[in-house]
Design a protein around this ligand. Structure first.
Ligand code: BG6
Length: 488
């Protein structure tokens, strides 16, 4: 007999890592300074909400490559980190630009000037008690490795990546504790999307390739990346046993458009086909559904017995993910057994509002994501991206009243807190994407803004690069100060 109802409620952890996230290529600029080489991000032009970015064959004079100068964080990082410290950041996620350390990617010796830049950057973070959270590969593959080796379709890429990771682990052994190997490794399941294939895996498909050829290449590249990641995890733990090394996926819980069995099965198949990467990262083995799918299609990727041992030995310490939206699928578009190109299954969710770039807004989806990932992996989780890309208006006095951004973040944080406090999810931290305005990865725009800190620069590349505090800056400061209690 229950005499009373006991309401259990955990609290947000005291050492919760509140902060923000960025990536080297989207904010540093200085694309060819101090020995830095050309990365895939350096050959991507500016696009828009409706116009995709072009990936050119090298840098072509006269084209607009927004990442070349970005917000010039390379020369402004001290003032920028000071502003983040003013908000009370406990952590800042960024990446190490591979091409600052190995300009072409296949050199034997690293570039000292590049290593030194990150020494100074991490020292500046620590000066303010900000923990650096570092991604090793965030859409920054050296262009030379793409042209010469075909990106991650080539097994040699494993050695190049592991060498890069090892140099970083050794150099920043006492400065960085939290690492991630590949950003949004599962993006490449959209094998028909040239942008995602180039940025994720360094693959530039030749004209006329069939869907089957593209999908086969994706499974091969994905496998080599997973082996590279596992080897890096092993090496990293040897260099410093206190390192926490995680994987990073783009997580978007999948919903059936209707309760029909076909829609539900399609949602399951979609999920199996997209999110198996983290299964390999966490469990060290492929899920059966993927093995069978690969086999059934006759793809025969090069997966050796030795690779399988490495995958088992290099499992991750935590699961990091970005969350922007949920995905809804409909069997009216494609039948579950015919699913190959995932994009074809996606339907509009009629219950959700969308951002100006068409991204569905679904705060409850974040709680669902946290519960699903916790149940599946039993590992600490880390939200390393979440946020709203929006147009901002600067008032005559320089202020930016971005209450839409505050609303978005408030609703998501509130769902996150329910996941921790009511559902018992083990969560390490919450890092908002693009805490300072930066170049959008998907469109190359500056005017798709996520930041608390406004940067005066527009899509055409004009502006003073001046930094200023938006209303959300003061709001997030209160959120952090109150450990997430004060969301007003
Ligand atoms: C994630 C990436 O996919 O989404 C980031 O890891 C990216 O690099 C972010 O910037 C938001 O996407 P976008 O296209 O709005 O910049």
């Amino acid at each position: 007999m229950w005499g009373f109802i006991h309401m259990y409620s955990a609290k947000m952890p005291k050492n919760f890592l509140w902060g923000g996230a960025v990536a080297a290529h989207q904010l540093e600029g200085a694309w060819n300074e101090d020995g830095k080489g050309m990365s895939v991000a350096d050959v991507m032009t500016v696009g828009s909400a409706t116009k995709p970015r072009e990936i050119t064959d090298g840098v072509i004079p006269g084209k607009n490559y927004p990442n070349h100068s970005a917000i010039d964080f390379y020369h402004h990082y001290k003032e920028d980190i000071k502003l983040m410290a003013e908000m009370g950041f406990k952590a800042l996620r960024t990446s190490i630009a591979w091409t600052r350390i190995f300009p072409k990617g296949d050199e034997k010796e690293p570039n000292e000037a590049g290593l030194k830049f990150y020494d100074d950057l991490f020292d500046t973070c620590h000066q303010y008690g900000i923990e650096p959270v570092i991604t090793l590969s965030h859409f920054e593959i050296p262009f030379h490795l793409i042209k010469e080796y075909g990106g991650f379709t080539n097994r040699k890429m494993i050695d190049f990546f592991v060498r890069f990771a090892t140099v970083c682990f050794k150099r920043y052994k006492n400065k960085v504790k939290y690492w991630m190997t590949f950003n949004e490794i599962n993006n490449q399941t959209s094998f028909n999307n040239d942008f995602l294939m180039a940025t994720n895996s360094g693959i530039l498909f030749k004209d006329g390739m069939t869907d089957e050829e593209k999908e086969a290449a994706m499974y091969q590249a994905g496998h080599y990346e997973l082996v590279a990641s596992a080897l890096a995890v092993k090496v990293g733990h040897k260099i410093n046993p206190n390192f926490k090394i995680g994987c990073m996926i783009n997580y978007s819980p999948v919903r059936p458009l209707t309760p029909s069995s076909d829609d539900v099965l399609l949602a399951d198949k979609f999920e199996q086909r997209r999110d198996w990467f983290s299964d390999v990262h966490v469990f060290g083995e492929y899920p059966n559904a993927v093995e069978v799918y690969i086999e059934r299609n006759g793809y025969r990727p090069d997966i050796t017995d030795e690779d399988r041992i490495v995958l088992k030995e290099g499992t991750v310490d935590y699961v990091a993910f970005s969350y922007y939206q949920t995905t809804t699928v409909s069997s009216e578009k494609v039948k579950p057994d015919d699913l190959t190109d995932l994009a074809q299954a996606i339907a509009k969710n009629p219950t959700l509002k969308r951002s100006d770039w068409g991204w569905e807004i679904d705060p409850e989806g974040l709680r669902i994501a946290l519960n699903q990932l916790q149940d599946r992996y039993h590992k600490p989780l880390f939200i390393v991206e979440n946020g709203l890309g929006a147009y901002d208006k600067v008032e005559a006095d320089g202020s930016v009243h971005d209450d839409y951004r505050i609303d978005y973040l408030r609703n998501h944080i509130s769902e996150m807190e329910k996941a921790v406090e009511l559902d018992g999810v083990d969560l390490m931290g919450y890092l908002t994407w693009g805490c300072i305005d930066l170049v959008s990865a998907g469109t190359g725009q500056m005017d798709k803004r996520y930041g608390f800190i406004y940067v005066d620069k527009n899509d055409a590349g004009e502006g003073t690069l001046g930094r200023s505090r938006k209303d959300s800056f003061f709001w997030y400061k209160k959120v952090i100060q109150s450990n997430g209690k004060d969301l007003n």
